[in-house]
Design a protein around this ligand. Structure first.
Ligand SMILES: Nc1ncnc2c1ncn2[C@@H]1O[C@H](COP(=O)(O)OP(=O)(O)OP(=O)(O)O)[C@@H](O)[C@H]1O
Length: 698
């Protein structure tokens, strides 16, 4: 449930000040009580709905809202005082802004309009220039809380504007708010704000927001991250800056070199906090945060789209006891972006490079695509196989990483193949499609990767490839709350048909002046062919859109020139080994060995597998020699049994399958080592070791 959680110990005064909170999200509670009690669920409005200048509410809506407030307070006595007070403040606020326009509908001025917040003119103007006239829910919910001095844990789904949620109130506080008097000014000043982020790319992005909005108020910022020279950073720090944005490793290095003084900090922000702690930056973060002279005089803010329980626990180390929580996701089932179409598609690793261009053709709507791989090697390999794609990962030099990212942002190329280094926070315009080459190990990765599209109220598509024999995405589905749409690979014939139709339409746009030039060749063709003119024209269209033959693509592994076949027996098929023995009854061993991706059907009565198109006749003919066994080419993929979560389960002990998919994929040795270790580390919470280096696969 979306919630604003206000600590019990919050003073009445500051509660009163929180009058501009979004009325859609009025729940109030203490962090501690929140963990003790389960709350009822309530729908969050899309930012796009709240972003309009005028929100239309019906009387019914109003009653419902009031009822929800009462419901919540009834359920949680201990927060009734704060809740009703905030409810009253909000009702008052709303009443002032209502204008009657009809019997049933009332138009209400958008309570989240920028003008309703204590945002000064230069900042307002800069927001306007960026097309921002009203605050998104997470920004509206937290603005006053931050400006009035509270520590805060903020959570909202990806792409909902968490960056400005801290940038705006911090800047206002420094210029017009509580910290204006005590913050350092003048040449050589020590920074007032520190923002820590897990990756260099993200640091650069957040820095540019501070530059734009802080710059409008005369505040200076600098960005400190590894892989770039120390000296310019040192010079900036020496001259004095107001805001420092960076990654923990480089900031720690500057502290150790005596370049930076955090003793007079007013704000500390941990953005993508769970990732930073997960990456093993805990010790660095603690060391950096520990450089503040008086922790009571500094405000600490922690933001992310995902806040696993262990992060909430750790936040008690960094944040004050009376911290507030603004949680727009809360107990809601759906944790991933609701603006994204979440799709799964079966595909073997060897078919990826053939399939991905077709997925892009079908789902990218002509926009940008980010493809996520699990390892740096596979990112580089795949980028090499896809025309016009570039790779981004931790082994690529910083300068090249920057060029790649800015080329992608500016549209020089439209397909980026990346590791998790691009999963978090990156806000790139017009990313329409995310492809994940296999299910990630943890649900947070899925949420953040798929959240690179569908941002700021726009829509997008996230396609996750999986190997039905090997991958299990049920945990991701369960924990993210996503109900995946299952599709099969787009068939080359369908794609070619669509491309041909497009080309046919465009033929009329071609100038008649080309006809005389090509006439002789056309006449020659017509006089020498046995084909009808329209057949010839069809061939010409195929050539025009780049097809010389149309291959089929299997439904199971998405491999070209493979066909998916369903095996049925008189008896239920409980194990892959049983299916293999059934095939051996009527097929020679080398044919049985040649099949790909055998998987059991969900009804327990069959198994599907892929056969090379050229072998299909041999398979179909062979079944006549085996009583009680049937083979049939499928027209769509039937529901399949979930692969068991634990390794060495059904497949692991099954003789032929003992290699853990070895036959299918040539073994999993290359990937297993790191992934398993990482999983193990994750399950115990944040690691103790030093950060980025540990993520050797990024
Ligand atoms: N009030 C607003 N009105 C319109 N656009 C906004 C507003 N606030 C932020 N945006 C835009 O929304 C986009 C997403 O914002 P941001 O990157 O802060 O999201 P986020 O919640 O931090 O996402 P993630 O969890 O993926 O990091 C940005 O392009 C930003 O400029």
């Amino acid at each position: 449930m979306p919630s604003v959680v206000v600590s019990e110990s919050q003073s009445l005064d500051s509660k009163k000040k929180m009058k501009k909170l979004n009325p859609e999200t009025p729940e109030v509670d203490s962090l501690e009580k929140k963990s003790q009690k389960e709350k009822k669920s309530k729908k969050t409005k899309l930012p796009s709905e709240l972003d309009s200048n005028i929100v239309t509410t019906t009387k019914k809506d109003k009653k419902k809202r009031k009822a929800t407030e009462i419901d919540e307070t009834d359920n949680e006595e201990e927060r009734s005082e704060t809740s009703s007070e905030m409810g009253d403040a909000m009702n008052l606020n709303m009443k002032k802004k209502k204008m009657k326009v009809g019997d049933d509908d009332e138009k209400v001025e958008n309570p989240n309009a920028v003008s309703n917040f204590r945002i000064s003119e230069p900042l307002r103007e800069t927001l306007k220039a960026k097309g921002i006239e009203s605050l998104f829910p997470i920004q509206a919910m937290t603005f006053d809380t931050i400006l009035d001095g509270a520590d805060l844990v903020g959570r909202a789904r990806t792409g909902q504007g968490k960056t400005l949620a801290f940038v705006l109130p911090i800047l206002e506080s420094l210029i017009n708010g509580p910290t204006v008097a005590s913050r350092k000014k003048g040449y050589g000043r020590a920074p007032s704000v520190l923002v820590l982020l897990p990756t260099r790319e993200l640091a650069t992005q957040v820095f540019s927001d501070f530059e734009v909005y802080g710059g409008a108020l005369g505040l200076t910022s600098c960005c400190l991250y590894g892989g770039s020279p120390y000296q310019p950073q040192q010079i900036q720090l020496k001259r004095g800056v107001d805001i420092v944005v960076g990654t923990p490793g480089r900031i720690k290095d500057h502290i150790e070199r005596g370049n930076i003084d955090f003793s007079s900090l007013k704000f500390r922000v941990l953005d993508e906090s769970d990732e930073m702690l997960r990456m093993g930056f805990v010790e660095d973060v603690e060391l950096i945060l520990g450089k503040v002279e008086d922790a009571n005089k500094v405000q600490t803010l922690l933001f992310s789209a995902t806040l696993p329980d262990w992060v909430k626990h750790i936040s008690s180390k960094f944040l004050k006891k009376d911290k507030k929580t603004a949680d727009l996701v809360g107990n809601e089932k759906m944790k991933a972006s609701i603006n994204v179409r979440h799709i799964v598609l079966p595909c073997s690793s060897s078919a990826r490079s053939q399939l991905i261009p077709d997925i892009i053709r079908c789902y990218s709507s002509g926009g940008r695509t980010i493809i996520f791989t699990e390892t740096k090697d596979s990112a580089s390999t795949l980028a090499g196989l896809l025309p016009g794609a570039r790779a981004l990962h931790g082994d690529i030099q910083q300068a090249t990483r920057e060029v790649t990212l800015s080329g992608f942002r500016s549209g020089k190329f439209s397909t980026l193949v990346a590791t998790n280094v691009a999963a978090r926070g990156l806000d790139i315009d017009d990313v329409q499609l995310i492809i994940q080459c296999e299910p990630p190990r943890d649900v947070e990765a899925y949420i953040h990767r798929s959240g690179r599209t569908g941002r700021a109220g726009k829509t997008g598509v996230a396609v996750m490839l999986y190997d039905p024999r090997k991958s299990n995405f049920s945990r991701i589905e369960r924990e993210s709350g996503v109900k995946f749409e299952h599709i099969s690979a787009p068939q080359p014939a369908d794609i070619a048909k669509a491309a041909g139709a497009e080309a046919a339409e465009k033929i009329n746009e071609i100038s008649d002046s080309v006809i005389p030039v090509f006439m002789a060749a056309a006449e020659e063709l017509l006089s020498t062919t046995k084909l009808a003119p329209k057949e010839l024209l069809a061939k010409a269209l195929a050539k025009a859109v780049g097809y010389t033959e149309i291959k089929s693509r299997s439904f199971l592994t998405s491999m070209e020139n493979y066909v998916t076949v369903l095996l049925g027996c008189e008896r239920p098929i409980y194990t892959p080994s049983f299916a293999y023995s059934a095939l051996r009854r009527f097929l020679p061993e080398e044919k049985v060995e040649s099949i790909k991706g055998l998987a059991l059907t969900a009804d327990g009565n069959g198994a599907v597998f892929d056969v090379a198109a050229e072998d299909l006749d041999a398979f179909l003919a062979g079944q006549e020699n085996a009583a009680g066994v049937s083979l049939e080419v499928v027209k769509s993929l039937p529901p399949l049994q979930e692969r068991e979560q634990t390794r060495g389960g059904r497949f692991g002990g099954g003789g032929r399958f003992g290699g853990g998919g070895g036959r299918f994929y040539g073994g999993r040795g290359g990937r297993g080592g790191f992934a398993d270790r990482r999983n193990d580390r994750f399950s115990r919470g944040p690691s103790r070791g030093r950060g980025h280096g540990n993520n050797s696969n990024w």
